[in-house]
Design a protein around this ligand. Structure first.
Ligand SMILES: [Zn+2]
Length: 281
């Protein structure tokens, strides 16, 4: 079990700013003072269940999930690291942000979000260990804590970089011949037995993508900052789009899909359907 990336205060602040509401209007709608709301957002005041329910209804969040978050009763499993025939290995940059290696044992592997030069050496080595060979770098979105090591890693392992066209400018410097972009339709890729679906999940950025790798009926989704266990990344490219990505795209993946976010512990679609305040009621 592992502590979550976000707390109750982060979730209500993200929902409030996503909806374009100021503290005063949320406070008024919930029968609270501005000071109450502000101190909840910075974790210095724990709300009662009644207050949580009012906040949930004002902010369009799921009350049961928000209550569990306020009472700190949620933990994420932070795993598993074997999904069907796939194995997942994680390195964490100093930011901290997660870089993952996913592959078939003794076969093709892909690297997700080499976010800084400080993970490049270890991940390049891991990508060639035990008979593995790298076939791709995939980038969930164009923020520097997810892209910072892309150039250095691509130079060493020489494989194509897959990224949504809307975020591709963030990895300027990758040779054009190695740049594989896709649009809002997403794309399916299969190389040497390693298969994934690039599922656009815009909202955190315009090109945010969840890469869903499959092995039989098992699947592993790398969702970047679209979702954190029990929460979501900030909606810098539109709150409505971000909610639609969470509710219509991630929540409808097979429940057993393991989700590996860019920050914080790993989780699953099944667990998020219970615990995520941004998911559908
Ligand atoms: Zn980000």
């Amino acid at each position: 079990m592992s502590a979550l990336e976000d707390e109750f205060g982060d979730v209500i602040r993200k929902a409030r700013s996503g909806l374009g509401l100021d503290v005063a209007s949320v406070a008024a709608a919930c029968g609270l003072t501005e000071r109450d709301v502000k101190s909840m957002e910075v974790y210095t005041r724990r709300p009662s269940d009644v207050e949580v329910d009012r906040l949930a209804s004002t902010l369009g969040l799921r009350a049961s999930a928000l209550r569990a978050l306020a009472n700190e009763t949620i933990n994420a499993p932070d795993g598993p690291w074997h999904v069907g025939d796939l194995t997942v290995h994680r390195e964490t940059t100093h930011h901290p942000s997660h870089c993952y290696l996913i592959g078939l044992p003794g076969g093709a592997c892909a690297i997700v979000d080499p976010g800084d030069d400080d993970v490049v050496e270890a991940i390049a080595k891991a990508s060639r260990q035990g008979g593995r060979h790298p076939v791709a770098i995939v980038v969930t979105h164009g923020h520097h804590d997810h892209t910072g090591g892309v150039l250095a890693l691509q130079k060493i392992i020489g494989v194509p970089v897959h990224i949504h066209e809307a975020d591709a400018a963030s990895i300027d410097g990758v040779p054009a011949s190695a740049l594989h972009t896709f649009n809002d339709e997403g794309t399916n890729v299969s190389i040497d037995g390693l298969s994934w679906h690039a599922l656009p999940t815009p909202g955190h950025t315009a090109g945010s993508t969840t890469f869903v790798f499959t092995s039989g009926s098992a699947s592993a989704g790398f969702c970047g900052d679209t979702l954190f266990a029990g929460s979501a990344g900030s909606a810098r490219a539109g709150y409505d789009r971000h909610l639609a990505s969470l509710r219509e795209r991630l929540a409808t993946l097979p429940p057993q899909t393991v989700l590996y976010p860019g920050h914080g512990p790993a989780t699953s679609v099944r667990d998020e359907c219970i615990h995520n305040p941004f998911f559908p009621a």
